[in-house]
Design a protein. Structure first.
Length: 237
């Protein structure tokens, strides 16, 4: 069985936040087979305490909780752990509902009912993107005045640090690996999300807009749209 651990060989920590104890127990059992250390929380207050004390590498967060819905809880978790990847569990499967979760800051989502194997696969992808499970660090990347430190997960433009979520970081890394090359939405979906995102290219547009706000804000743009083809990153000027 394929397992994932931290780059230093220690166990991955996963926090499962779900209003139903039975689902938490089931998910915990499966994740422990991956040799992951799992903690459960059944409401928002417990989740904040666990985030501070347990310091998870990833969080599985149900949208429906008894005291605070996942959409409102997510920014509070981000305040405690800014870079932690978060996987939403939701019973809502419309495109608008999914985009609401992504706009709130989730890195991925799974709709109920779901297979436990799918949750594990999604978490492996998030851990890979965040760098928590990377076996070794790659060299840094540089395009113009934009630098990306793959070892420490830091991005700077003109020397100023820019904070990105794990998914934003992975998207930028893919663009920076191919400077000047036009990448299609399907190529980006395949590389950054590593699975078929239900055929929805909207998520690419959404995250490109996030990156532009952070990378190109009040600067010469580096991220460009090639209408009908895709996106490219190239030095400004």
């Amino acid at each position: 069985m394929q397992t994932t651990s931290r780059s230093d060989g220690s166990s991955i920590n996963v926090l499962v936040v779900d209003g139903g104890p039975s689902l938490t127990t089931l998910l915990s059992t499966v994740m422990r087979k991956e040799s992951w250390d799992v903690r459960g929380a059944h409401n928002g207050s417990e989740a904040i305490r666990a985030a501070r004390g347990f310091r998870p590498d990833a969080i599985v967060l149900d949208v429906m909780l008894p005291d605070l819905d996942g959409i409102r809880l997510l920014p509070r978790l981000r305040a405690v752990l800014p870079g932690v990847p978060i996987l939403f569990l939701t019973a809502l499967d419309s495109l608008q509902d999914r985009l609401v979760g992504l706009r709130a800051g989730a890195d991925d989502y799974v709709t109920k009912p779901f297979s436990l194997e799918e949750v594990v696969i999604r978490l492996r992808g998030l851990l890979r993107r965040s760098g928590a499970a990377r076996a070794r660090a790659d060299a840094g990347l540089m395009v113009g005045d934009l630098t990306l430190d793959q070892q420490n997960h830091k991005v700077r433009r003109a020397g100023k640090e820019i904070r990105l979520t794990p998914t934003e970081f992975e998207l930028l890394r893919f663009l920076m690996h191919h400077p000047g090359r036009v990448l299609s939405k399907s190529q980006i979906l395949d590389r950054v999300w590593a699975y078929d995102f239900g055929g929805q290219s909207n998520v690419v547009e959404l995250y490109i807009s996030y990156l532009r706000r952070k990378i190109d804000a009040q600067r010469q743009p580096m991220i460009h749209t090639v209408r009908g083809v895709g996106y490219t990153l190239r030095p400004s000027g």
